[in-house]
Design a protein around this ligand. Structure first.
Ligand code: G3P
Ligand code: CA
Length: 241
């Protein structure tokens, strides 16, 4: 069964990367959530997409230049006229632990523009403290970081994000020890999904909001996909199974 991951929660219908959005995605029936992590000035993993707080909150400046206690006072619900703090990663993990449903959490390390020192070790430590290793997928556009993550924890699942037409990406993923590729939807073909499956590499395209594309991925048997509209994806999956 093709799994459905709520992209930044349910970013199409609620403020991205907030608890409101994550809860909405799980309530809609998503199998997992995807979230983005940066480090604050005091090295605390915080959940936000951009390097700066400018687009999604009422604050300004780089995430890395603010203390975590300053970041959590900002409103990340701004784009939907709602009140929602920037979550700390530990708060999302605590909620996941307490949830009755064992959904998957894809933590994307946003270390392709800024190389946050030790972000892999810091995030993996938090995951272990919450005993969530089995439910976590770490991903990044920074593939060296995913290799580094496996040095810290050889059994955590890693996935390689990419946006261009890589040749035999499943071979490349295996060389990096990754169990999955997370490609931009535009680069995905049925053949890629089949070849990756033959090589035991999962394919989870992003970001799939179009109904026809969702139907195509269900038909091709993609391992999963990321969508801003998990409720719509669940409805379509239910209609064809
Ligand atoms: O993880 C899939 C997707 O979230 C990667 O792109 O820019 O939405 O973080 P972006
Ligand atoms: Ca992301």
């Amino acid at each position: 069964m093709t799994m459905i991951f709520g992209h930044r929660g349910a970013a199409g219908t609620s403020p991205e990367n907030t608890m409101i959005s994550f809860k909405e995605a799980i309530h809609a029936g998503a199998d997992g959530i995807e979230l983005d992590v940066h480090l604050s000035k005091d090295q605390i993993p915080v959940v936000i997409h951009d390097e700066t707080v400018n687009r999604t909150t009422n604050g300004t400046g780089y995430v890395k230049d603010h203390l975590a206690e300053e970041l959590i006072r900002l409103n990340a619900g701004r784009l939907f006229n709602e009140e929602a703090p920037i979550p700390l990663l530990k708060d999302v993990l605590k909620w996941a632990c307490e949830s009755e449903k064992p959904f998957i959490i894809n933590i994307e390390l946003k270390n392709n523009m800024i190389e946050y020192s030790n972000i892999e070790e810091i995030v993996i430590q938090l995951v272990k403290e919450h005993k969530l290793s089995e439910r976590i997928i770490l991903s990044s556009f920074n593939h060296s970081s995913m290799v580094q993550a496996l040095k810290t924890d050889p059994v955590i699942e890693t996935a390689l994000l990419y946006s261009d037409g890589i040749y035999k990406p499943y071979d490349y993923a295996r060389r990096a020890g990754a169990r999955a590729i997370h490609p931009l939807m535009r680069t995905v073909k049925n053949e890629l999904i089949n070849q990756a499956r033959e090589n035991s590499v999962a394919v989870r395209p992003f970001t799939v909001n179009d109904e026809e594309e969702m139907r195509t991925l269900f038909e091709w048997g993609a391992s999963a996909f990321f969508t801003d509209y998990p409720e719509k994806a669940v409805r379509i999956r239910e209609s064809i199974t």
